[in-house]
Design a protein around this ligand. Structure first.
Ligand code: AMP
Length: 543
C-alpha cells in the first residue's frame, strides 16, 4: 500500500523560496572585492536570482546547460547558486587557485556556456578567454562603470553583472518543476594526480546533504545563528553551507577575498558570527588574531574544522583558551562533501578532558545517510576495533555514483566508493584517518601516519606549520622527514624538536630529520600540497 502524502520534488528553488518567505529580512552580509561591506536579505537574494534566471532564459540556455563561476564567497555568488540551479541549469563552481591551463581545461571539459567571475580573477579570464570557445557569455561580477576598457576589448561581449540583472525587470518568475534527480551543480576534484574529475550533484543529493549538515551533531544550525563560511563557495559548495543556511533561515556572513586572521576576526566580531567553517590552515590565522586581542570574536560559539586533520593543539586552543567548541568533520568532493563528524555521544560526558579530546581528534562517526566500511587490500571488510587499518569505503544518497564524463572505469567497488583514505573505525563507529594512501610512510613493512607526526609537531610552541613526508631509505624503504615553518621570532632546533616526540609516539615513528623552511606549499583548497613538497625536496619523480 502506498502512503497518501504529497509528492514534491526536493529542489534548490524551494530553499530560496522558503528563506525569502519565512526569513525574508534576515541579512546576508558580504565583504566585497570592491573593499566595502555589502548588506542584503534572503528576500533580495530571491528577487535577484529570479532576475538572473530570466537572463539565462533570454540567452536561450537549456535545462542542464552549465554556467561556470570563478568567485569568492559573496551575495552575487549566492544569487548565482540559486538562479542557475533553480532555473534548471547546472552551476559549475571553478576553483580560481588552480593554474590557468587547468582552469581552461575544466571549463572546456564541463562545456560551460556562460561564465561569471569576480574582478580579482580578470587576469585569469584575460588569459583563458580565447581558449574557451564554447563560452558564449562572459559576466564580470561588478557595476557597469567598473569594467576596465582593456578587459572589454580582450573579452568580446563582456557584460557587467549589475547591468545585465537591471535589464531583466522584476516580473514574477516561476521556477521550473524539475525531476529532483536532475543535475544542479558540478565541482571538480583538486586533481593532484592526473586531470581533475567532475562530481555532478543533483537537487535531491544537495537538499538531503544540507539537511544532514544542519543537524546538531554536524553544524548545529538554527535561524538564530550567524554563519561565516570561510570554506570557499568554489570548493564543494562551501560544504553545503549556502544551502543549509537557507534551509534554516539564518544570517549568512561572507568574507569575500579577505581570509587573513585579522579580517576574519573583525567581520565575525562586528556581525555576531556564532558559527564558522574552514580548513585548519585558516584557523592558524584566526587563532593568532584571537591571541592578539586576548579574546574571541564576541558571539563565536563553534567552529567546524575539516578538509585536513584538525591538530589536537588547535582543538585545545579553541576550546580551552577561548571557549569556542570545535566540531571536527571529514568529507570529500565526491561526498558533497560531508561524511562524518566527531561530535560526542551521551556516554562521553563522563570522560575526563584528555579522553574527550581523543574523541574529537577522530574524524568522527557517520552522518545519517552515509554508510562506512574499512576494507583490506583484497577488498574484505575489517572489524571495527579501532586497530585494524584499511581503506575507507562509503555509500549513500549524496555519494557519487560516477564521475562526469571522465572516460575512466566506474570507480565504485560493489556499490561502495573507495575514498583513498587509510583509516580505522572503533567500536563506537568513530573513524580515524591514518593518512591518505599516497602520503602514508611505509617504513620496514609497517605504516607511519604522517598526520600523527604532524600533530605532535603542531603542539610545540615554536611551530607554525608542519608537514611530514616519506624519504627513500636503503634499509627501511621509507623514513619520515619533518618539514617545519617556525613561528615568527621563535627559535627551535632539530634536536629539541625530535626530543619532543619521545614518549608521544613509538620510537621508530620519530622522524629521522627536521628541515626548517620559510613556507610549505598549499594546494588550491588550502591543504598542504604534499606532492609539491616531495618534488621540492626530492625532485620531480617524487611528487
Ligand atoms: P577534497 O575532495 O579536496 O575535499 O579532499 C578530500 C580529502 O581531504 C579526503 O579524502 C581526506 O584525505 C582529506 N580530509 C578531509 N577532511 C579531513 C579530516 N578531517 N582529517 C583528515 N583528512 C581530511
Amino acid at each position: 500500500m502506498m502512503g497518501l502524502m504529497q509528492q514534491q520534488p526536493l529542489l534548490i528553488s524551494r530553499l530560496i523560496d522558503f528563506a525569502a518567505r519565512f526569513h525574508g529580512d534576515t541579512e546576508i552580509v558580504s565583504r566585497r572585492v570592491e573593499g566595502d561591506r555589502h548588506r542584503t536579505t534572503w528576500a533580495q537574494v530571491q528577487r535577484r536570482s529570479m532576475r538572473l534566471a530570466r537572463g539565462l532564459d533570454a540567452w536561450g540556455l537549456q535545462r542542464g546547460d552549465r554556467v561556470g563561476t570563478l568567485a569568492w564567497n559573496g551575495y552575487r555568488h549566492l544569487e548565482l547558486y540559486y538562479g542557475v540551479s533553480g532555473s534548471g541549469r547546472v552551476l559549475h563552481t571553478v576553483n580560481p587557485r588552480l593554474h590557468s591551463d587547468q582552469i581552461a581545461w575544466i571549463i572546456n571539459h564541463a562545456g560551460d556556456k556562460a561564465l561569471a567571475f569576480d574582478m580579482t580573477f580578470a587576469p585569469i579570464i584575460r588569459s583563458i578567454a580565447a581558449s574557451c570557445p564554447q563560452v558564449a557569455h562572459w559576466v564580470a561580477l561588478c557595476d557597469e562603470g567598473a569594467l576596465p576598457a582593456d578587459l572589454v576589448q580582450a573579452v568580446p561581449g563582456l557584460l557587467s553583472y549589475e547591468a545585465w540583472l537591471d535589464g531583466q525587470g522584476d516580473a514574477a518568475y516561476a521556477w521550473p518543476i524539475l525531476d529532483e534527480n536532475e543535475a544542479s551543480s558540478l565541482c571538480y576534484t583538486s586533481g593532484t594526480t592526473g586531470n581533475p574529475k567532475g562530481v555532478l550533484y543533483s537537487h535531491r543529493s544537495t537538499l538531503l546533504h544540507a539537511a544532514a549538515g544542519a543537524l546538531p551533531d554536524v553544524m548545529c544550525l538554527a535561524a538564530a545563528d550567524s554563519v561565516l563560511p570561510v570554506v570557499p563557495m568554489f570548493h564543494v559548495n562551501a560544504w553545503g553551507s549556502p544551502y543549509a543556511a537557507a534551509m534554516v533561515g539564518c544570517k549568512l556572513v561572507m568574507p569575500g577575498p579577505a581570509l587573513d586572521g585579522a579580517s576574519l576576526f573583525e567581520l565575525m566580531d562586528d556581525e555576531g558570527v556564532t558559527l564558522s567553517a574552514g580548513v585548519p590552515t585558516v584557523w592558524l590565522g584566526l587563532l593568532a588574531s584571537m591571541r592578539e586581542h586576548g579574546r574571541r570574536p564576541s558571539a563565536l560559539q563553534r567552529v567546524l574544522i575539516g578538509g585536513s586533520a584538525a591538530p589536537p593543539a588547535m582543538i585545545e586552543a579553541f576550546q580551552k583558551d577561548f571557549d569556542v567548541e570545535v566540531r571536527h568533520a571529514w568529507g570529500m568532493t565526491e561526498l558533497s562533501p560531508l561524511g562524518t563528524s566527531a561530535a560526542f555521544k551521551f556516554k562521553h560526558a563522563q570522560m575526563d578532558a584528555a579522553q574527550r579530546l581523543q574523541v574529537q581528534t577522530a574524524q568522527g562517526r557517520a552522518l545519517f545517510g552515509v554508510d562506512l566500511r574499512v576494507v583490506d587490500a583484497r577488498g574484505a571488510e575489517l572489524p571495527w576495533d579501532g586497530r585494524s587499518v584499511g581503506e575507507l569505503e562509503v555509500r549513500g544518497p549524496w555519494v557519487l555514483s560516477d564521475y562526469y564524463e571522465s572516460g575512466l572505469p566506474n570507480p565504485l567497488h560493489d556499490g561502495w566508493f573507495p575514498t583513498g583514505d587509510v583509516v580505522s573505525i572503533d567500536a563506537d563507529g568513530y573513524m580515524r584517518i591514518v593518512d591518505r594512501s599516497k602520503d602514508v610512510i611505509k617504513s620496514g613493512g609497517e605504516w607511519i601516519s604522517s598526520i600523527d607526526i604532524e600533530n605532535v609537531a603542531m603542539a610545540h610552541p615554536a611551530v607554525a606549520m608542519a608537514a611530514c613526508v616519506a624519504v627513500p631509505h636503503p634499509k627501511w624503504d621509507e623514513r619520515p622527514l619533518l618539514v617545519v615553518v617556525r613561528k615568527p621570532g621563535a627559535e627551535v632546533q632539530a634536536r629539541e624538536l625530535l626530543a619532543f616526540y619521545e614518549g608521544k609516539v613509538a620510537k621508530w615513528w620519530i622522524p629521522d630529520d627536521v628541515m626548517f623552511v620559510e613556507s610549505i606549499p598549499l594546494g588550491a583548497t588550502g591543504k598542504i600540497l604534499k606532492t609539491r613538497l616531495r618534488e621540492q625536496l626530492l625532485g620531480p619523480a617524487a611528487g
